[in-house]
Structures are given as C-alpha cells and as structure tokens.
Design a protein around this ligand. Structure first.
Ligand code: 5GP
Ligand code: ZN
Length: 112
C-alpha cells in the first residue's frame, strides 16, 4: 500500500533497524522502545490489523508467531510480551498489522 509507513519500511524507502527478514515477514526495532528489547514483526503483505485476518491470509500470522519464538530463543529471551493493538482506542497508530515484542523489564498486568 503506497501510503503505508510500514509498507515503506519493508520496501526500504524508510530506513529501519532490521532484526529478521524472510519471504513473508519483516522484524525491526521500534523507533520509540518501551522496553530494553522492543521490536515489531509485520507481514510483508499489507493487512490493516488483526481485524482483517481471515481464512485467506491467516497463515502468515502463524508464521509470524513461529518467527517470534525463534528470535526469542536466539536472543535468550525467556520472558516477553507480544501485543497487537487493534483500533485507535486500543492504541493502534500504524494501520499495518504488527506484533510488538517487548522484553527486558518487569511488566504490569492488566495493561493500562
Ligand atoms: P501501534 O501504536 O500502532 O500499536 O504501534 C506502532 C509502533 O510503530 C509504535 O510503537 C511506534 O513507536 C512505531 N513506529 C512508528 N513509526 C516508526 C518508524 O518510522 N520506524 C520504526 N522503527 N518504528 C516506528
Ligand atoms: Zn502496509
């Protein structure tokens, strides 16, 4: 999608600090980290949010969770949080599906 920030990051039109990449997904460090480790994992195909996941595109979501588990193992992360905000009230500010992966500090529950 031409006016999507994360599509531009995938295309390399906007620089990012890459953590992982394969044919289906891209992972990069968040520009405003909320924990010592904070990266985002996104599908290369544009999906607006979890609310647009369906039977035709959900395989990439399973793949992303495999990638998250793999990166976490490689980085020695034994405790971490995976978050996806859906809609403005929940805190979504970029409307390309992304999973925040946060680690390295104590976290509260429930979230604010
Ligand atoms: P959301 O608020 O939609 O759940 O998450 C969007 C995330 O994207 C935020 O944590 C924000 O810091 C991050 N972000 C926004 N613009 C950029 C950018 O240009 N580069 C990177 N690496 N992260 C960004
Ligand atoms: Zn996009």
């Amino acid at each position: 999608m031409s006016d999507c920030l994360f599509c531009k990051i995938i295309a390399g039109d906007i620089p990012s600090s890459k953590v992982y990449e394969d044919d289906l997904c891209f992972a990069f460090n968040d520009i405003a980290p909320q924990a010592p480790t904070h990266f985002l994992v996104i599908p290369k195909a544009h999906i607006g949010s979890v609310s647009e996941v369906n039977g035709d595109n959900s395989a990439v979501v399973a793949h992303i969770f495999e990638v998250i588990a793999k990166i976490a193992k490689e980085q020695g992360m034994d405790s971490y949080r995976v978050v996806s905000n859906i809609g403005e009230q929940a805190g979504q500010s970029v409307f390309h599906l992304h999973f925040h992966v946060l680690s390295g500090r104590d976290m509260t529950w429930p979230p604010g």
